[in-house]
Design a protein around this ligand. Structure first.
Ligand code: PEP
Length: 248
């Protein structure tokens, strides 16, 4: 039985003071044992968020890191820095990192390997553009993204990876994939994982859907057989997130 995981990707939003206010509004009602809840905050907010979340079981994550240990990588943060600051999850391969910051499949694979060897829990994003969806080649594209990301990743590390299927055309657009469209791809990703590893990893790896998830559509999406929760952008910055976490 896979435990659902609902993660809020705050993106480049929330100053340190705003972080305190938002967590004060969300923390009590988002602290539940029914699902794993992760606040994925800007790295500068981690220490404050950690303090504010004391006494809850809400987990913390960051949105990016670099795969080297330390050194001349101006502007970057390491896995060790994230863990030491008190976060345990990290998003890898978000489409905004792939498209705006030109992160390619090879870099995403290096980050996934490094996250695991450092003890960070990765949320690996994949998903197609509108163009590929309309062309009908989206599954080929996603298969390539998954195969490349998991190159040299061990079975036990694969099991500890959360995959987020995020069709780019549904991110921040208000246009959600229907629950059937989301389920089709999440099931397909699970099959790819089954072929890369085995039935155990296939049935236990957690696969989220992300793309304009809100309080009105979360339940229908998260109740699908192969959808194990969501990666939520816009709605994670509002009290609406409480209803997404408590979607049942
Ligand atoms: C995201 O940023 O991962 C995301 C899914 O955003 P939104 O929920 O705003 O579409």
């Amino acid at each position: 039985m896979r435990k659902k995981i609902v993660a809020g990707n705050w993106k480049m939003n929330m100053t340190v003071s705003e972080t305190k206010d938002l967590i004060a509004k969300l923390k009590d009602k988002c602290s539940t044992n029914d699902v794993d809840v992760v606040f994925v905050v800007p790295s500068i907010d981690v220490t404050t968020a950690k303090e504010c979340l004391k006494g809850t079981n809400i987990k913390l994550g960051t949105q990016n890191f670099y795969y080297e240990d330390k050194g001349a990588f101006t502007g970057e943060i390491s896995a060790k820095m994230i863990l030491d600051a008190g976060a345990e999850y990290v998003i890898i391969g978000h489409s905004e990192r792939r498209n705006i910051f030109k992160e390619d499949d090879a870099m995403i694979n290096k980050k996934l390997l490094k996250a695991h060897s450092s003890g960070l829990k990765p949320i690996l994003c994949c998903g197609e553009s509108l163009e590929l969806r309309e062309k009908g080649t989206y599954k080929d594209f996603i298969e390539k993204q998954i195969k490349s990301a998991f190159e040299n990743v061990s079975e036990s590390d694969a099991l500890n990876t959360v995959i987020a299927y995020e069709p780019i055309w549904a991110i921040g657009t208000g246009k959600t994939a229907t629950s059937d469209e989301a389920e089709e791809v999440c099931k397909f990703i699970r099959e790819i994982i089954g072929k890369l590893y085995n039935d155990n990893v296939k049935s236990n790896i957690r696969i989220q859907y992300g793309g304009s998830v809100n309080a009105g559509n979360a339940r229908e999406l998260f109740e699908k057989e192969d959808i194990d929760g969501g990666l939520v952008g816009g709605a994670s910055l509002k009290e609406e997130f409480i209803n997404i976490v408590n979607y049942k």
